[in-house]
Ligand binder design. Structure first.
Ligand code: ADP
Length: 366
């Protein structure tokens, strides 16, 4: 069983560096789980604790039903793929892939069969007699993945495996790893700082910051309902726009007042937002909910006025960088909508898809 359980796991490095704090999660058998967050948030440390490469300071880690706190890495039935591939330069691709099996004294025939099978899956059958230096970055990465596959582990661990590849190869390997997961149906835990990788690959995503789990959810769950401002801003490109302002009551209706514009708030949010009337609040709106074709089609959508700073045509749409005088923000508009730099533009807002966050705690209110 490739279920992995972390219960109240802490990692405190010497010097009282709290790298991971109270990590609790049950990773399902066969799940593709992504740990994502900015550099230094504790995601590699978490993965390395599952691998057994890092001792845990407190808590329990289980693989299947077995507590592995004191089990050596080689006895955990896991295989890890590293960012730098960690291939032996003097060994051929075949021997690199066979290395772990030879160490475990597998019969020669079985080694040959497993290496061939993995090489076929990864399309590197032609490369088996080459040495790593005669391979491209993408090919090396496939060999590193192949070396993990031949072990047929209960759990695969990936630590930023695509960081050293160019942008195009990254996208290609991303798809290949997803395909591999569909085929093997083995539990995979994947660490990345790249939210696009997290969104496109994960069944579920754990967002971390400063050693603390911020939210665990499906990609769409995170995107639609971020637990706090950090998650809202981290997941999605271009990122969510944030406007600091105040909630005010006008004619018994709630209105968000940014300073340069006012937007009426949907009546059904009244109960949740009432306690915040007269207080500072943060309004979060995704770029596609400001001036996008979908927003512009809403009848009676509220509009905000802002000045156009820069336009970035993407072909399918255009990113427009704007400012209200109080805040800068980005909107994703129809590619054929023409703005002039310096122009005062009016943008419809899809208010029901926007969010309010508490100005102090930065937690989601609605
Ligand atoms: P991430 O993988 O998210 O970039 P890490 O898990 O590598 O983050 O690191 C988390 C925190 O722990 C960082 O503040 C880092 O500086 C610290 N850290 C990592 N390894 C060590 C170590 N061996 N000794 C002391 N501090 C460490």
């Amino acid at each position: 069983m490739g279920k992995v359980t972390l219960e109240s796991v802490y990692k405190i490095y010497p010097g009282n560096v709290e790298a991971v704090r109270d990590f609790n999660l049950e990773i399902n058998d066969g799940e593709f789980l992504v740990l994502v967050g900015p550099s230094g948030c504790g995601k590699s440390t978490t993965l390395r604790m599952v691998a057994g490469l890092e001792e845990i300071t407190r808590g329990t880690i289980k693989i299947g039903e077995r507590i592995v706190n004191n089990v050596a890495p080689k006895d955990r039935d896991i295989a890890m793929v590293f960012q730098n591939y960690a291939l032996y330069p003097h060994l051929t691709v075949y021997d690199n892939m066979a290395f772990g099996l030879k160490l475990r004294k597998y019969p020669k025939d079985e080694i040959a069969q497993r290496v061939k099978e993995a090489a076929d899956i990864l399309g590197i059958g032609e490369l088996l007699q080459r040495r790593p230096k005669a391979l491209s970055g993408g090919q090396r990465q496939r060999v590193a993945v192949g070396r993990a596959i031949v072990r047929k582990p209960e759990v695969f661990l990936f630590d930023e495996p695509l960081s050293n590849l160019d942008a195009k190869m990254r996208v290609q390997m991303r798809v290949e790893i997803s395909r591999l997961h569909n085929r093997l149906e083995t539990t995979m835990i994947y660490v990345t700082h790249d939210q696009t990788e997290a969104m496109t690959m994960g069944d579920r995503i754990v967002v971390m910051k400063d050693g603390i789990v911020q939210q665990v959810d499906t990609p769409i769950g995170l995107y639609d309902n971020p637990a706090n401002k950090f998650v809202g801003g981290f997941i999605g490109t271009p990122p969510m726009n944030f406007f600091n302002g105040q909630l005010v009551m006008i004619n018994s209706g709630l209105v968000f007042d940014e300073g340069s514009f006012k937007v009426p708030v949907p009546g059904e949010w009244k109960n949740a937002l009432n306690p915040h009337v007269g207080k500072a609040i943060i309004w979060g709106v995704r770029p596609e909910d400001l001036g996008s074709p979908a927003a512009e089609q809403i009848e009676d959508a509220p509009r905000i006025t802002a000045t156009v700073d820069v336009m970035e045509p993407m072909g399918s749409e255009t990113f427009v960088y704007m400012n209200t005088g109080e805040h800068s923000f980005i909107s994703r508009v129809d590619a054929h909508r023409i703005f002039q730099v310096g122009e005062e533009a009016q943008l419809a807002v899809f208010v029901r898809k926007s969010h309010f966050f508490d100005a102090q705690s930065e937690s989601l209110i609605v």
